[in-house]
Design a protein around this ligand. Structure first.
Ligand SMILES: [Zn+2]
Ligand SMILES: [Zn+2]
Length: 270
């Protein structure tokens, strides 16, 4: 009872504690039985964690605009959700918005890969030569702005309420953390879970250093869009090499300042 009341009263704090517990548990498990040696892992984690300090203020600031747009859409009954049959039924409302917001994230991810000026920001996430739970937060501040602006657009087009946005946020963060862990799911479990959801096995393929694998498995929470739009790929653990073929230099990829400069340099597509 006390635990439930605490969660309801401190929703934001509960989310932070929830994510911190998952990230810390996975990180410790990776340290104990993962492939990356502890000393290299510490340096790698420290570098990727630096991106939290650039993302957090931007995210907090831009979230104000998301809430303003959402409040306007809700007050004016604006958005595609009002054209969905039976949208007043809460199951139809929540499931439709969850699925449509996920489609929005899929479209956003494809756009980030296909337009050169945007890809230069997104490739910072792909430039990690080791993928582990800390890779989740490796995002150029430019991409933090672009991603949040796209979310503003989806909120404006769809008109979701605050509860569905928060539920989606919890699922999205949980699946993003899991997708980047060093540990792949056992094959049979992956076949079941991966039929609907993005698994580490699928997202690791997205982090393979070469095309066509980089341009596959764009899904955020659901894997159904990749199956539907022909971007679904599998690749075994032994064949998967992390990083990006245009930026293979560990000296560049391991320095925060060098990474921040990547989007402003000339792009060499392979
Ligand atoms: Zn990507
Ligand atoms: Zn990733």
């Amino acid at each position: 009872m006390f635990f439930r009341a605490f969660i309801l009263q401190h929703e934001d704090l509960s989310q932070v504690i929830f994510y911190a517990l998952i990230i810390t548990s996975l990180w410790l498990a990776e340290c104990l039985i993962g492939a990356i040696k502890p000393k290299a892992k510490l340096a790698h984690t420290f570098l990727n964690a630096s991106f939290i300090f650039t993302a957090l203020p931007l995210q907090l600031l831009l979230t104000i605009f998301i809430i303003l747009i959402m409040n306007w859409a809700n007050a004016n009954h604006w958005g595609l959700i009002y054209y969905i049959p039976y949208h007043s039924n809460k199951w139809v409302y929540y499931i439709s918005l969850f699925v449509l917001l996920d489609l929005g994230e899929y479209v956003y991810h494809v756009i980030m890969h296909k337009i050169d000026v945007l890809w230069k920001f997104h490739l910072v996430h792909h430039s990690d030569l080791k993928v582990d739970v800390s890779t989740t937060v490796r995002e150029h501040p430019g991409e933090t702005c672009i991603r949040t602006c796209f979310l503003m657009l989806w909120v404006f087009l769809l008109g979701p309420g605050i509860v569905v946005l928060m539920i989606r946020q919890v699922f999205q963060t949980f699946f993003n953390i899991l997708a980047h862990t060093e540990f792949r799911l056992p094959h049979k479990l992956h076949m079941v879970v991966g039929a609907v959801f993005i698994t580490p096995n699928l997202h690791h393929v997205h982090h393979h250093h070469e095309l066509p694998y980089t341009d596959c498995n764009y899904g955020d929470v659901l894997s159904i869009w990749d199956r539907l739009f022909g971007t679904y790929q599998e690749l075994s653990e032994n064949e998967t090499h992390f990083g990006i073929d245009t930026h293979p230099d560990p000296a560049v990829n391991a320095r925060f300042v060098n990474i921040l400069k990547i989007p402003f340099q000339k792009l060499e597509r392979k």
